[in-house]
Design a protein around this ligand. Structure first.
Ligand code: SAH
Length: 391
């Protein structure tokens, strides 16, 4: 192996020895001037003890570790890693007659930092969060073909949204092609997926299990689904017998996606879309709802924004708690990584106190099995939710 060697400052090697996959710029002792974004590097202690191999990038997180073993990062490496990720999804039945949407690879959770791959009924969509992963995309595509075999009909690479702008990054099919929108199934419900024009890879897969749980609560109920994007929660509620669902989003495009998905499943008569700002709309609800879903985008993308974000979550939840029907249920979420479970729960408790109503936590919910949290990378935990009942 001929990867350039980077020495780690004394005292900064501890997290690597605990197999945490990130190296911050301040931990590197060697000069990095000659390195290019995406280069593979070999990390060593000052005493030349091997630590790991990873992708270099001129950024706060300078190296993302691919392997803590002294090994070549080649096609065989990606074959092994991707097959392990694919098998772990297939083994728990995520590809079935009822479900053809799941995440194949969840970055650090699958020991492939910087790499996200989602599967939509035969089509894999690759999204890279590091230049190094992007430069490996051909090997990743080959590995996907090897692991999925005939189950895979196309591979689309979409990284222009997630990488710094550069001329050598483009979005394209790497294998086959597929017309969009493409219909795929989640929990027995049909969804139109468009990875080319949609947010992220086209769908928020991380709410699959929570949508199914919402279904269990929805029979005979009137539901408000705020921050609905493509109507994921709305359709699960309707599919489980909700009498009426209102879906709200501030984006016209999201509302159009929701309407298309509602028609695709023939639920137009029981559904109404509302294009509005959720914070404004929640101040004064026009209906009595049995169930309200609050699934906002991350209010805090950075630690500095945490305080402001907490105020936002508190206000939003207080509006819902104050106005929901007696006995009503609220599904409330935060996908801000910097707000942990305890802080989120305390924020909801503060909202309950402010609203002056009696609130009980029925269930604590989170990200599903295809979005695993690696034990040595606790930062991978980001999605948390509470199901609360208001007396
Ligand atoms: N619950 C969705 C995912 C939510 S993503 C699902 O299950 O797929 C967050 C959504 O919030 C986006 O669609 C975005 O358009 C919308 N959004 C962002 N700010 C908003 C606001 N102030 N009011 C209403 N919707 C908003």
């Amino acid at each position: 192996m001929t990867y350039p060697i980077l020495h780690i400052r004394k005292g900064k090697e501890q997290s690597l020895m605990r197999r945490h996959p990130w190296v911050f710029s301040g931990a590197i002792e060697s000069s990095t001037e000659s390195l290019k974004d995406g280069d593979l590097v070999c990390l060593m202690t000052r005493k030349d003890q091997f630590l790991g191999i990873g992708h270099y990038q001129h950024a706060t997180i300078s190296v993302r570790i691919l392997s803590f073993d002294y090994e070549e990062i080649d096609q065989a490496f990606f074959d092994r890693k991707i097959k392990k990720a694919v098998d772990s999804r297939l083994n728990i039945g995520l590809l079935s007659k009822q479900n053809t949407i799941f995440r194949v690879c969840h970055g650090e959770g699958d020991e492939l930092p910087g790499l996200v791959i989602d599967f939509y009924n035969g089509v894999a969509v690759i999204q890279c969060h590091s230049i190094g992963m992007y430069f490996s995309v051909e090997m990743i595509a080959n590995a996907l073909k090897n692991a999925f075999g005939k189950k895979l009909t196309a591979i689309y690479s979409k990284s222009t949204d997630t990488l710094p702008k550069r001329t050598d990054v483009t979005d394209a099919y790497l294998f086959g092609s597929c017309e969009t929108p493409h219909v795929a199934l989640e929990n027995g419900v049909k969804y139109n997926i468009d990875w080319i024009t949609g947010q992220k890879t086209g769908f928020f897969i991380d709410q699959r299990v929570n949508r199914r749980i919402l279904g269990e609560y929805s029979k005979g109920k009137k539901v408000l689904n705020t921050f609905c994007y493509s109507g994921g929660f709305s359709l699960q509620a309707l599919n489980h017998g909700a009498t009426l669902v209102h879906s709200l989003d501030s984006s016209k495009k999201a509302i159009a996606l929701t309407d298309d998905n509602i028609s695709l499943n023939n639920y137009t008569e029981k559904h109404l879309s509302i294009c509005a700002d959720a914070m404004d709309y929640m101040k004064d609800l026009k209906e009595d709802y049995d169930i309200i879903v609050l699934d906002p985008p991350a209010f805090a993308k950075h630690r500095e924004k945490r305080h402001q974000a907490i105020q936002g979550y508190k206000r939003l939840n207080a509006h819902a708690i104050r106005q929901i029907k007696p006995g009503g249920i609220i599904f409330t979420f935060s996908c801000s990584q910097v707000i942990d479970k305890a802080l989120f729960t305390n924020t909801i408790i503060a909202a309950a106190i402010e609203s002056g109503r009696n609130v009980r936590i029925l269930e604590q919910i989170h990200q599903p099995a295809d979005h695993p949290i690696h034990a040595f990378h606790p930062e991978g935990e980001y999605l948390k939710g509470l199901i609360i009942q208001v007396d």
